[in-house]
Design a protein around this ligand. Sequence first.
Ligand SMILES: NC(=O)c1ccc[n+]([C@@H]2O[C@H](COP(=O)([O-])OP(=O)(O)OC[C@H]3O[C@@H](n4cnc5c(N)ncnc54)[C@H](OP(=O)(O)O)[C@@H]3O)[C@@H](O)[C@H]2O)c1
Length: 252
Amino acid sequence: MFSLTGRVAVVTGASSGLGYQMAKGFAGQGADVVIMARRLEKLEKNADEIRAMGVRCLPIQCDVTSTEQVEKAAERVIKEFGKVDILVNNAGGSRNAGVLDMTDEDWEFTINTDLTSVFKVTRAFGKYMVERRYGRIINIASIFGQVGNTAINTIAYHTAKGGVVNFTRAVAAELAKYNITCNAISPGYFETELTKDTLDTEEFTQFMKATVPLGRYGREGELNAAAIFLASDEASYITGQNIKVDGGYTSV
Ligand SMILES: NC(=O)c1ccc[n+]([C@@H]2O[C@H](COP(=O)([O-])OP(=O)(O)OC[C@H]3O[C@@H](n4cnc5c(N)ncnc54)[C@H](OP(=O)(O)O)[C@@H]3O)[C@@H](O)[C@H]2O)c1
């Protein structure tokens, strides 16, 4: 079960963090992998490591907020591999501030990076999935897309990730007739470049211990099982869902 041999998986935001971990997870199941982000040097290093696992890996430098770059990336994937089976919209970032303090610029940056990009990348790659009547789209949302929080003021990120969750349901409904599934994964707290400065503090660690039933941050690779499952043929009747991989945070 859960073999991805013969599949082509595209992962955005795979120069670091959860995206790179998921890309390696897919490669471990036999998929060829396309990794996308802005930092080409990091992508190339990651691609070497993925190729050493015995699959093909294509790094593509792409800013997912740029319609032109995203469209070109999709064309390149089709030219190189002839198809796209799995798409993970993982790229993300945030400028944090509360609702009373946030600037227009920081709001737009965060909404573009975390939400509009998911639309642009899905539009660009989705049309090739429609042609072949096959696709697995996985959107990385967040626990902050389900609930507010009392630890960090980050209104635009909450808004964008909430949007990703309902975008997922709407795409699932629209594209189901083409045998394309679309699901979300909502991670809890994982230590990555994005979160390190916050998670490493004593104050946040205490907050996490009081609010995460499993009492710890997510470990490297712990998001992969959900991603591999949703990408697999075995998950063929699951669409429009949102799996929380959060140590129980949203259950209490
Ligand atoms: N870590 C957590 O606790 C946590 C919790 C919930 C949700 N998430 C979500 O998980 C996803 C991955 O985050 P992470 O924690 O792994 O952080 P990360 O290590 O900072 O990874 C973010 C990735 O997104 C890429 N990226 C950012 N802006 C981009 C853009 N405009 N175009 C293309 N790529 C872009 C970055 O690469 P470049 O800089 O090279 O472009 C990087 O590869 C994000 O959507 C995040 O919101 C994370």
